[in-house]
Design a binder for this molecule. Sequence first.
Ligand code: ARG
Length: 459
Amino acid sequence: ESTRLWGGRFSDGPSEALAKLSASVHFDWRLAPYDIAGSRAHARVLHKAGLLTDDELTRMLGGLDSLEADVAAGTFTATIEDEDVHTALERGLLERLGPELGGKLRAGRSRNDQIATLGRMFLRDHARTIGGLLADLQEVLVEQAAANINVAMPGRTHLQHAQPVLLAHHLLAHVQAFARDAERLRDWDKRADESAYGSGALAGSSLGLDPEAVASDLGFSRSAANSIDGTASRDYVAEFAFVTAMLGVNLSRLSEEIIIWNTKEFSFVELDDAFSTGSSIMPQKKNPDIAELARGKSGRLIGNLSGLLATFKGLPLAYNRDLQEDKEPVFDSIDTLEVLLPAFIGMIATLRFHRERLEELAPAGFALATDIAEWLVKQGTPFRVAHEVAGACVKYCEPRGLELWDLTDEQFAEISPELKPEVRSVLTVLGSIGSRDGRGGTAPNRVAEQLDDARKGLD
Ligand code: ARG
């Protein structure tokens, strides 16, 4: 006899081809513990509504406990005949309790409100796991910033030398982005914090169940305000996929920098052996594979988001079977990040920065030209003129193979009478960095402030 959850009005079972297409057990089985938790909560409200006796509730909960233990031990598993996780677990319950009692649990519940609730429970748990990893990532970046607090480096725009900055300032910029990703996860949770139990298939239940009681039993602070929305909405899935895709993009941007910094030409960093790989043919190679995989996997996270949005866009209310496609992409995003982040964190924690190299290049490419212009502004020169004069200094130096600080008093005077010898006071990397001391600037006191705030934020 079939354990399908439907069939009364059918004279024949589904074709093999349909059963194969329809099956989701191979990916939704991981929701089994959540489904069982949902069943427990549902059994309690059935009891509360007078639809299960005290004795029936006790035996029902006992059956669910035994099923849960067997699922955890791997002694009860779904088979290909089970359409989905819900069907498989009902079969397990019927095997344990018999059809009389086992057949009572489904009253007032549909797979539609079930799956909508389990999805939220599963994602909320993993949001916490990913949030914890994100905190670890910020922590190791903050520690690297602290360990390299006074190291200067070339700051770039358009990947060209722009102005010198502190390496710690640069690293803390990435911390800001990851802190926003963590904040987005927490904010997402406020909207996902809603149980769909009680919505039934779409219209709610006639059995006097208490959706609020199920919600709080399952760790939600509220139940769905609208049963149609409760079963049909999947923006919680798409939004979760966006937050993880954005995190992927932020990881990818940092990865790209590490890959560049790790080239012979840059030589800004050295990767730890445990967090880099070799080549099968070139014995000398040490490759930044973790950063490359992070960059590559960000594409996959973006793909998962795009796929979900495309799946949802044409769906009328309420539940449609298309919604079964909401799981694999977001499961993949979770699996991807939960494997990627620990490796990425290890790579960052063990990164060694080459101080001399970073500081040697910090002022290169006439990166102090803006300091000349701003010195002139402080002497009363309009910025348009100051910009012009500083540009003339660069123009003077470049063909002669000189740096700005090589210019003599006479050469400065020749370029412009406004360039007094005192201008030389701003032509040092530390002078330039120290002068940018407004809130958010790269001056050491401001970076120390950021470091403090970042640490407080992580506590
Ligand atoms: N496996 C389905 C899903 O993930 C569960 C809901 C099925 N509901 C239904 N009426 N066929 O969406």
